[in-house]
Design a protein around this ligand. Structure first.
Ligand code: UDP
Ligand code: MG
Length: 324
């Protein structure tokens, strides 16, 4: 049983894997106890899986899972968490934006008794201003709306104690926003400040659409304030309508020669109310869609290949279906 496990999701990362392995294995060599690195191939179309097989043949500490298609980063990490066996578990990105060299420092904090050590970015090196602005705004909105205290500017780079991972593995939800779930469990948590490097090679795999979907997921999973928003919008339009009615009556009674045609007023009112209703339905839809996803209760992911030397005695990935 390795003491330390590294969980690394990879999606089309053929250009970073050699350097990643080099840096991660150096860190693992320096650790005081046994370790494993589990790579989760999230349906890559390039040579990623082939490279992982080679690493696994070369180094028995390397374990890999291959998902049968692209399930997304959060699910890939979940698959890894279902599978690992370590006492302290570190999640990091494959693109070396989360420096593996910091792992010993995370472990030192874990030894002091912290169950969750989450890395908090102090600086984002060379990311576009648009992405930085969106991230900045999102984390602050989430902090205001969420019903658990989710720290700002934290990614998935963190160390988790076995106890916390066991709890995460018991959570059946499909729309997984791991940073939120990680805060939700509680225990002793501490921030670890670091400067986020820029991507080592290759393209960003989180497209704007994926990041946006993740952000909505975070909001909807941890807050029901958006639902209340439609009530507020409705109340607001009611107040506007009453004021307008008073104004129109006043004009009718006290200014007999007013030429109140009213077309613009009616058009604006119709569009405004239409917009309020559509927004409200959209917000409702976000929640109902998620209920539907949860109710279907499909497995979170499907595995097409597992690279592990010895067959495992227990079967922790109970929500997955393995075909090999
Ligand atoms: N990733 C993944 N599945 C996806 C998208 C990304 O497993 O569908 C992995 C990717 O290989 C990387 C990590 O998630 O290890 C973060 O992705 P990326 O660096 O592109 O995003 P960002 O740094 O902008 O969060
Ligand atoms: Mg990255």
């Amino acid at each position: 049983m390795p003491k330390y496990s590294l969980v690394i999701p990879v999606y089309n990362e053929e250009s970073t894997i050699p350097e990643l392995y080099h840096r991660v294995s150096t860190v693992m060599d320096g650790l005081d106890d046994t370790s494993e690195a589990i790579f989760i191939n999230d349906g890559s179309q390039d040579r990623t899986l082939q490279l992982l097989r080679e690493l696994h043949d070369r180094d028995e500490r390397v374990v890999y899972l291959s998902l049968a298609r692209n399930f997304g980063h959060q699910i890939a990490v979940t698959a890894g968490l279902n599978y690992i066996r370590g006492k302290a578990i570190v999640i990091l990105d494959a693109d070396l934006q989360d420096p593996p060299e910091l792992i010993p420092e995370l472990i030192a904090l874990w030894r002091q008794g912290y169950h969750v050590v989450y890395a908090q970015r102090t600086k984002r090196v060379r990311e576009s201003w648009f992405k930085r602005l969106c991230a900045y705004a999102f984390y602050r909105i989430l902090k205001q709306l969420a019903n658990v205290d989710i720290p700002t500017d934290t990614g998935d780079f963190c160390l988790l104690d076995r106890q916390v991972v066991d709890l995460l593995n018991q959570m059946p939800e499909r729309n997984r926003y791991l940073r939120g779930l990680r805060s939700w469990v509680g225990f002793n948590q501490i921030a670890f400040k670091f400067e986020r490097d820029s991507r080592f090679a290759g393209e960003v795999k989180y497209t704007f659409a994926k990041s946006f979907a993740l952000a909505i997921n975070g909001l909807v999973s941890f807050s029901s304030v958006p639902l209340r928003l439609s009530t507020y919008l409705g109340l607001f339009s009611a107040v506007v309508a009453i004021l307008m009615a008073i104004l129109v009556l006043y004009w009718r009674i006290f200014t007999p020669h007013s030429t109140l045609t009213g077309f613009a007023t009616i058009a604006i009112a119709i569009f405004f109310l239409g917009a309020v209703q559509l927004i409200s339905i959209g917000i409702l839809g976000e929640y109902i869609g998620r209920i539907y996803e949860e109710v279907k209760n499909r497995p979170l992911y499907t595995l097409s290949e597992v690279g592990h030397q010895k067959p495992r005695s227990s079967q922790p990935p109970d929500r997955s279906r393995s075909s090999s």
